[in-house]
Design a protein around this ligand. Structure first.
Ligand code: HEM
Ligand SMILES: *[C@@H]1O[C@H](CO)[C@@H](O)[C@H](O)[C@H]1NC(C)=O
Ligand SMILES: *[C@@H]1O[C@H](CO)[C@@H](O)[C@H](O)[C@H]1NC(C)=O
Ligand SMILES: *[C@@H]1O[C@H](CO)[C@@H](O)[C@H](O)[C@H]1NC(C)=O
Length: 329
């Protein structure tokens, strides 16, 4: 903050042209800015939004899958489209990591968007910006743009840096803090679970008495837990799907937080926001009571997450195909 004020004060003495450049490259956005493609690809946002809308019309869940894809991109080496790279001679794809395997989806929609953008403005719009623009369910926010695409992937990063559903709250908070995100970001972004689905394997641990930890998770509402056991048996059914928001799973609202208060948060990582810290619990209650507050914080936190270590300037490249490097082998 202090830096940008000093910066602005100095620039006020410079030419209007330089000032405009400095304002566009707002340091608060980590060098990214919403109007990045205004001249080089004026239809970029429109193209992304129309293909996303078609994909969501075909399958409602796709809105959720695309939000998660941006999250899993940003948490590994920053928002650089590393998550989109397939296996090749020099790349071990993040798609095979524990959090992603048999789980992350939406790649075909990203491909479709990329083809349309390469036709409209070849070599201009990055795959990382496509992910940021496609992750747009819920409240409106202006998406800072200008990210470039990575020249590699990190399966270790994908395994270690993305929080797991059975991580403790301190571990989850630490994983966010390492990326410059705070407690408000943890709770507001967890609200992304107001849409989308989870596999049985991601929460089975909560349903059954495990030898070792005594008993099943007693924070779950009894009838909700019984309902979950029906479709998520002790063994088998790993890929059976359940809504993360049991009340309104296709609507971006604040029922995710209301559910947590009622013992109906699906994942352990959802439930611990209420029971393991007074600070996160206060936010869960505030968002459950005030959908506008949640929307406002979610929008800001999505911008914060989208600003994690972007490649800019001449770093990385603009991939022609999001699944591989331009000089792939
Ligand atoms: C706080 C730590 C988080 C944990 C532990 C976590 C964990 C999970 C898990 C286990 C699933 C289900 C995956 C499966 O079983 O296939 C899931 C789904 C999902 N997550 Fe998270 N998540 C977290 C944060 C976030 C954030 C920050 C966002 C985005 C803002 C997000 C958005 C989603 C969405 C939209 C889905 C549903 C995807 C679909 O239906 O395809 N999550 N998450
Ligand atoms: C990529 O290749 C590795 C072996 O090098 C394999 O274990 C992994 O499953 C592959 N990932 C995908 C997404 O196919
Ligand atoms: C968390 O889940 C993973 C994958 O199911 C499992 O291997 C691990 O033991 C679990 N950790 C804890 C602390 O329960
Ligand atoms: C959980 O299992 C252990 C033995 O594995 C048993 O002693 C205990 O009573 C069980 N608890 C519940 C609540 O069923």
């Amino acid at each position: 903050m202090a830096t940008s004020m000093v910066c602005l004060a100095v620039l006020c003495l410079m030419s209007p042209l330089l000032l405009a450049g400095a304002v566009l490259g707002n340091p608060g956005y980590g060098g990214l800015f919403p109007h990045f493609y205004d001249h080089s690809c004026p239809k970029a946002k429109e193209i992304v939004h129309s293909i996303v809308a078609q994909a969501v019309a075909r399958e409602t869940r796709m809105a959720a899958s695309l939000v998660r894809l941006h999250f899993h991109d940003c948490f590994v080496k920053g928002c650089d489209a590393s998550v989109l790279l397939d296996n090749s001679t020099n790349i071990v794809s993040e798609k095979g990591s524990n959090p992603n395997k048999n789980s992350i989806r939406g790649f075909e929609v990203v491909d479709e968007i990329k083809v349309a953008l390469e036709t409209a403005c070849p070599g201009t719009v990055s795959c990382a910006d496509i992910l940021a623009l496609a992750a747009r369910d819920g409240p409106y926010w202006e998406v800072p743009l200008g990210r470039r695409d990575s020249l590699g992937a990190s399966i270790q990063g994908s395994n270690n840096d993305i929080p797991a559903p059975n991580n403790t709250l301190p571990t989850i908070i630490t994983k966010f803090k390492r990326l410059g995100l705070n407690i408000v970001d943890v709770v507001a972004l967890s609200g992304g679970h107001t849409i989308g689905l989870s596999r049985c394997t991601s929460f089975r641990q909560r349903l059954y008495n495990q030898s070792g930890n005594g008993m099943a998770d007693n924070t779950l509402d009894v009838s909700y837990a019984a309902q979950l056991r029906q479709g998520c048996p002790r063994s088998g059914g790993d890929d059976n799907l359940f809504p993360l928001d049991v009340v309104t799973s296709t609507k971006f609202d604040n029922f995710y937080f209301k559910n947590i208060l009622a013992g109906r948060g699906l994942l352990s990582s959802d439930e611990v926001l209420l029971t393991k810290s007074a600070e996160t619990a206060a936010l869960v209650k505030a968002y459950a009571n005030d959908v506008h507050l949640f929307f406002q914080h979610f929008a800001q936190s999505m911008v914060n997450m989208g600003n994690i270590s972007p490649l800019t300037g001449s770093q990385g490249e603009i991939r022609k195909n999001c699944r591989r490097l331009n000089n792939f082998q």
